[in-house]
Design a protein around this ligand. Structure first.
Ligand code: PLP
Length: 388
């Protein structure tokens, strides 16, 4: 994936000059840094970034420059990337299942924090990781709703098992913490409240002092025009509920957002390949490309369409089914999207807020998916303001 050296004023500025045939991602370092500052100044604890959401080096570098100094890593490659780009940053190895060689790699790289959700993996850590100054964060799960996509199906101990793991981790000499992940794109802040109360209960029941509480990622990004994430209210709720639940034993808080830190800093320009019989819209990217997570998390309807001179299409929206370019019938967006009625073949359609789980998971299936990245100063559509 190429990253150009030009900085464009906006996506429209680039489209006017290039009319690209392949999908193009527009990265705004300024938006990324502003989002990082929002977390750093608003979250009542230590802010780490979940590398898997977008491991692009320009993203990592900008986060470091903005002051992010902790990273949630899940593999030796992610560990090595962070060790190289941010040698003084804290690494939290929060993939709760690791091979023995992966654990040895982490120990060598100086990783001091590991999550765990099972007896077998805790014993492995006990054998391979010297406990001195090392944190074990027991990851637990609750049957709560609110996320677009539940992470509890794969990871997380029940509260019962979490109590056992907390006591065993303490017996092994580790510093004991707790962690959870409410599920990605979690638009219901009450999910955090349930988890924080349960964490305090685990501490009380075991009599083990919980050193830190990592409240996960899961913070939502702005995907639908009508659903605006309430980030500051969620931070305030986490702060208040931690006080209520733990009282004088309040642990230090950690968060590890992926999506909410990076999503807004990328927009994706696709091209309309065809409007089939005035009904279905076929674009040149889809669920095998940068829109890969839409069928798991739901559609993004924050879009703009631009004509051949990059003029903003302003017709009334018409709902249409959208297909990606491959011949696979699953290559279809999960719901219809409202496109301006004056949109035409060869127009460009920009999807906003696609920085998370897009470049990280895109494929070249069927020969499509040649993505390039351009840097932009701003993603706001100046033409939209003019047209309004
Ligand atoms: C993926 C992941 C995250 C980031 O989740 P988002 O929903 O992108 O914020 C955080 N922590 C862990 C352990 C993860 O696996």
């Amino acid at each position: 994936m190429g990253l150009s050296n030009n900085i464009w004023a906006s996506p429209a500025d680039y489209l006017r000059n290039h009319a690209p045939e392949h999908p193009v991602l527009f990265f705004s370092p300024e938006i990324l840094q502003a989002n990082a500052h929002r977390f750093l100044s608003g979250f009542p604890g230590f802010v780490t970034y979940a590398v898997k959401a977008n491991p692009d080096e320009a993203v990592l570098q900008n986060l470091v420059n903005a002051g992010i100094c902790g990273f949630d890593v899940a593999s030796p490659v992610e560990i090595d990337t962070i060790a190289r780009l941010a040698p003084h940053a804290a690494m939290h190895y929060n993939n709760p299942v690791r091979s023995r060689s992966e654990i040895k790699h982490a120990v060598k790289a100086g990783v001091k924090s590991y999550s765990v959700d099972s007896r077998s993996e805790l014993e492995k850590l006990g054998e391979l990781v010297p406990s001195e100054g090392v944190e074990i964060a027991v990851r637990f799960k609750l049957p709560v709703d609110g996320a677009a996509y539940n992470f509890g199906a794969k990871f997380g101990a029940t509260v019962d098992l979490a109590r056992d793991l907390v006591m065993r981790a303490q017996a092994l000499g580790f510093t004991v913490s707790l962690t959870f992940h409410p599920g990605t794109q979690c638009t219901d802040p009450a999910a955090w409240a349930s988890y924080i109360h349960a964490a305090a209960g685990i501490g009380r029941d075991t009599g083990v002092r919980i050193n830190r509480l990592n409240v996960g990622g899961g913070f939502p990004s702005h995907r639908l025009n009508d659903v605006i994430p309430q980030l500051d209210a969620t931070f305030a709720l986490i702060d208040r509920v931690t006080d209520e639940a733990f009282g004088a034993d309040r642990p230090a808080l950690v968060c590890e957002p992926g999506r909410a830190l990076v999503a807004e800093s990328y927009a994706l320009a696709t091209r309309v390949r065809a409007i089939r019989d005035d009904a279905h819209v076929f674009i040149n990217d889809g669920i095998y490309g940068a829109l890969s997570e839409l069928h798991l998390v739901g559609v993004i309807d924050r879009i703009d369409a631009f004509g051949p001179e990059a003029q903003l299409r302003t017709g009334d929206p018409v709902l249409r089914t959208v297909f990606g370019p491959t011949c696979d019938s699953t290559d279809k967006l999960p719901s219809e999207i409202g496109f301006p009625c004056d949109m035409q073949e060869e127009d460009h359609v920009i999807f906003y807020g696609v920085g998370a789980y897009s470049v990280a998971t895109a494929t070249r299936f069927n020969g499509f998916g040649n993505l390039t990245v351009e840097i932009v100063q701003s993603q706001t559509c100046a033409l939209r303001a003019l047209a309004a």
